[in-house]
Design a protein around this ligand. Structure first.
Ligand code: PLP
Length: 386
């Protein structure tokens, strides 16, 4: 299709997942080879495996300023989100029935809330503005005596909007309501201090920060209620039974050690993002940037290309070795307009003309220039064919 540009592989979908870093791979390989004991076994092999799990728990806790006793490993963040929402609903229902959330949460939250509605839980969604920001004041107006939880993500996976969780938490505390925040996309991109955020629960996933897939965790403040989610053995304090995935847990811990270094790339990533959007504006001045300029993840940008199908654009980019997304990874195969883009006011048509681009730690200016050149050629060709 584009013959004069030397094809290269450019991965610009780091919010969907990231590759496993070399350091994480090394740690996991060592565990798989030498430390395959069951952490529950009382002999040395088991004790070694157990110490690996506990060491990783400390590494995860330290990265988010939590106590290791407040960390529960799960199979992924989807599971951790299910765990909080279902466990708390079980704990409070029928005494209290209401959860307040936002319409731009990840499907692992939205679909769990939909399920809970069928069981009698009342869910109210606080509207967001054009850039996806929720107002703490509006949230407060929705609180009543029936409310037990506010559920609001720290950073959005499609548009990158970072919420003022601290403000939301202080509103919740005023009314003795619990706060849960899905911190999956923020982790490794901005500093996270769960104590400073004032939240009761937070969820995380290793594969968004150069760790393995199949491992996540829940942070639950020591004094906040939480009930068993998977019944069986005594693992994870009896809350999440099942033999621990020791190599994945070790990989998660190792990935967490790199968070400070990852965050130190932010300024550089932001410059790349600005360069990218400036270049795109030159090629197609009517593009619309859906991500906010401030209060946004440094690596994330959502762009609408009016009158261009994002699916077609995505496929053209893929043909040229560039991976981008036309929504969140969980919904892009469904071919339905993104609920996030609709919640910020885009029509179905505009939502289907929108790409999400998310840079990673290895994204270089050459990758951006290559992507810009491919897009420029595509638009030149399309205008010639019109
Ligand atoms: N929450 C957010 C904001 C996400 O972006 C994702 C993954 O895309 C998840 C939750 C689910 O994470 P996992 O893949 O670990 O289930």
């Amino acid at each position: 299709m584009i013959s004069t540009i030397l094809k290269r592989n450019v991965y610009l979908d780091n919010n969907a997942t990231t590759h496993v870093s070399k350091a994480v791979r090394k740690t996991m390989n060592r565990v798989l080879k030498y430390c395959w004991g069951n952490p529950s076994s009382g002999y040395q092999k088991g004790k070694t495996a157990n110490s690996i799990v506990e060491n990783a728990r400390e590494q995860v806790a330290s990265a988010i300023h939590a106590h290791p006793h407040e960390i529960y490993f799960t199979s992924c963040a989807t599971e951790a989100n299910n765990m909080v929402l279902k466990s708390l609903s079980n704990h409070f229902y029928p005494g209290k029935k209401k959860i307040i959330s936002t319409p731009i949460e990840h499907p692992s939250v939205i679909n769990t809330l939909k399920f809970l509605e069928t069981k009698g839980i009342i869910v109210q969604y606080c509207p967001v503005d054009r850039y996806g920001f929720v107002s703490a004041e509006e949230l407060e107006n929705m609180i009543d005596n029936d409310t037990f939880l506010i559920c609001c993500m720290l950073a959005n996976n499609e548009i990158g909007t970072i919420q003022n969780i601290r403000e939301i938490s202080s509103v919740a505390q005023k009314h003795s309501i619990l706060v849960m925040s899905d911190c999956v996309q923020a982790f490794g991109k901005i500093p996270i201090d769960v104590k400073d955020l004032g939240i009761d629960y937070a969820t995380f996933s290793a594969h968004k920060l150069y760790g393995p897939k199949g491992i996540g965790c829940l942070y639950a403040k020591i004094s906040s209620p939480i009930e068993a989610f998977i019944h069986g053995g005594h693992q994870e304090e009896g809350l999440r039974a099942g033999t621990e995935s020791v190599h994945n847990i070790a990989g998660f811990g190792k990935a967490c050690q790199a968070t400070r270094q990852l965050i130190s790339h932010s300024a550089q990533t932001l410059l790349l993002k600005e360069h990218f959007s400036q270049q795109l504006r030159i090629i197609k001045p009517d593009i619309v940037i859906n991500s906010p300029t401030t209060g946004c993840l440094p690596n994330t940008i959502s762009i609408t290309f009016p009158n261009i199908s994002s699916r077609e654009l995505m496929m053209m980019l893929d043909y040229n070795g560039i991976s981008v997304s036309s929504g969140s990874a969980c919904s892009s195969q469904l071919n339905i307009p993104s609920h996030v883009l609709k919640a910020i006011g885009l029509s179905d048509t505009l939502a289907n003309e929108t790409l999400r681009i998310s840079f990673g730690k290895d994204t270089r200016k050459g990758d951006i220039n290559y992507t810009v050149n491919v897009i420029r050629k595509y638009f030149k060709q399309s205008s010639r064919n019109d």
